[in-house]
Design a protein around this ligand. Structure first.
Ligand code: HEM
Length: 328
């Protein structure tokens, strides 16, 4: 049965989206996207269409003064903010071995619980940039993958798609299995905009970096790991002490594009320390918690805005469809 909390959230979201402009057209892309994910990975009850397997932990975010200079968002104003963080494997397969290649990229979803009882969500993953630039291209990629099994005629639809979109192989070639969820760097990929008290607008991309450093396994070592080694290891690590990440933002230079997340900005762009994420506790019933949790890339607050990156809207619409299905 759907919990009243989930139903209420779904009702608000659907109402909000229905009020928006190109709902009918985009909804069909979003529905087709979630259909394609369900076709590729199966449809599992109460399970996300993507990033199905995960673990939920809690802690706090302590901002640096530099963040408040960039943005009026209350999460940067001063006192530490409680956070609920879900780490995840890719794909919609809830039993996927954590060390298998399709479990990459791994996800980190951060919910900041603001003092006014609302939330800000940041939903990021370990890809340095995204394989495609639009929701339509992502749908085409999923649909091509769905018909490119071992028996498909060569070149497969997926091979043809990838030949026309070199960023797909580049993006997936840049990821690896971490030794722990606590030893991975997670990237915002999409550009968002900080707005400060003078109204100055600064595009940025989020980077959340482990203080203990990034540590990846070789493919052979990853294949040898127990199937749940990542989701099991994090609570064990937290029982011994906190896990700390620096939350940073790469700032665009004037003129840098913000609408194509396949194109990272040059590495010489300034990176600002926004604060520290200190994770201290594993949630007792992580499975129940992750069913209730719902992250949305555009759940923001004044001082942080979406950019013109079309992927953000495509994501929101697909997340709503997936949420509606898993809430049933
Ligand atoms: C058009 C592009 C994308 C589509 C269609 C898409 C679709 C989805 C869907 C349907 C879900 C399940 C949502 C739910 O049931 O709550 C999901 C989860 C997730 N996605 Fe995406 N996604 C896209 C791009 C991205 C990007 C760019 C990132 C990060 C940089 C990302 C990171 C994640 C993470 C971390 C989760 C798990 C959320 C959670 O922990 O609840 N996705 N995605």
């Amino acid at each position: 049965m759907t919990s009243p909390k989930l139903s209420a959230t779904a009702a608000v979201l659907f109402a909000g989206l229905a009020a928006g402009g190109a709902w009918a057209q985009s909804a069909s892309t979003a529905v087709q996207t979630v259909d394609a994910m369900n076709a590729l990975w199966g449809r599992h009850p109460h399970t996300r269409a993507n990033h199905a397997k995960g673990v939920v932990v809690e802690g706090r975010f302590t901002p640096e003064p530099a963040a408040a200079a960039l943005s009026t968002a209350s999460i940067f104003a001063g006192p530490p903010v409680p956070v609920t963080v879900r780490f995840s494997d890719s794909t919609g397969i809830p039993t996927l071995p954590d060390g298998s290649p399709p479990a990459n990229p791994h996800g980190m979803s951060i919910k900041f619980h603001t003092a006014d009882g609302n939330a800000v969500d940041m939903v990021i993953n370990s890809l340095p940039f995204f394989p495609v630039a639009t929701g339509e291209e992502f749908l085409a990629l999923l649909q091509a993958l769905a018909v490119s099994g071992p028996d498909a005629p060569k070149p497969t639809k997926a091979e043809t798609f990838m030949a026309a979109h070199p960023s797909v192989a580049k993006a997936f070639g840049a990821i690896a299995t971490p030794s722990s969820f606590a030893r991975e760097r997670y990237n915002g990929v999409n550009a968002f905009i900080f707005v400060n008290k003078d109204g100055a607008r600064q595009p940025f991309r989020l980077r959340v970096v482990p203080v203990d450093g990034v540590e990846h396994l070789t493919p052979a070592d990853a294949a040898r790991m127990p199937p749940d080694f990542l989701v099991d290891e994090l609570p064990q690590r937290l029982a011994k002490g906190p896990v700390v990440f620096r939350m940073t933002a790469q700032l665009a230079n004037p003129g840098d594009q913000t609408k194509d997340s396949t194109q990272p900005w040059p590495e010489d762009r300034r990176v600002v320390d926004l604060g520290m994420i200190t994770l201290s506790t594993a949630v007792a019933d992580s499975d129940a918690a992750q069913r209730q949790l719902y992250y949305l890339p555009n759940r923001l607050q004044p001082g942080i805005e979406v950019s013109d990156d079309p992927l953000i809207d495509a994501r929101v619409r697909a997340y709503v469809i997936s949420f509606g299905r898993r809430a049933q």
